[in-house]
Design a protein around this ligand. Structure first.
Ligand SMILES: [Zn+2]
Length: 138
């Protein structure tokens, strides 16, 4: 019985942690709300050992994307967790796909709040990452 309660608490803690960092990703997205032209204002937060190591939002005028901005430094992102408000893109548009950069940087998990409605990207993340990364969606 005690073990069962402990496991429930662990599960609740994980849910709270995810919600906390996704909330912070939304706080990032707010920074450029209404300033990103046709692209949505996206926010993301990178977490390693429960510490935020980078965060960013979509640049003004819509590019670069939030993920690129958060990952462009030379920090060691290996095994960090990416919390992002929108499913990362996996298509070549005016910029290369953020998914490729996410893989290259060794991110171990991605939590995103919303699926992209853009058909070039919608639901493609999971397939793209399947081999290299585990993915969980809120
Ligand atoms: Zn992108």
């Amino acid at each position: 019985m005690l073990l069962k309660n402990f496991m429930v608490n662990q599960k609740n803690n994980l849910k709270n942690i995810k919600q906390h960092f996704l909330h912070l990703a939304f706080e990032q997205a707010k920074k450029n709300l209404g300033k990103t032209k046709n692209n949505p204002s996206v926010g993301c937060v990178l977490v390693k050992n429960n510490t935020i190591i980078s965060s960013a939002c979509t640049s003004k005028n819509g590019r670069p994307h939030a993920e690129f901005n958060a990952l462009k430094s030379y920090k060691n992102f290996k095994d960090s967790v990416l919390y992002v408000t929108l499913e990362p893109c996996s298509h070549f548009g005016k910029t290369p796909p953020c998914t490729d950069l996410i893989i290259k940087k060794g991110i171990k998990k991605i939590y995103y709040a919303f699926k992209d409605v853009d058909i070039r990207t919608a639901n493609k993340l999971k397939k793209t990452l399947k081999k290299k990364t585990s993915i969980l969606k809120r």
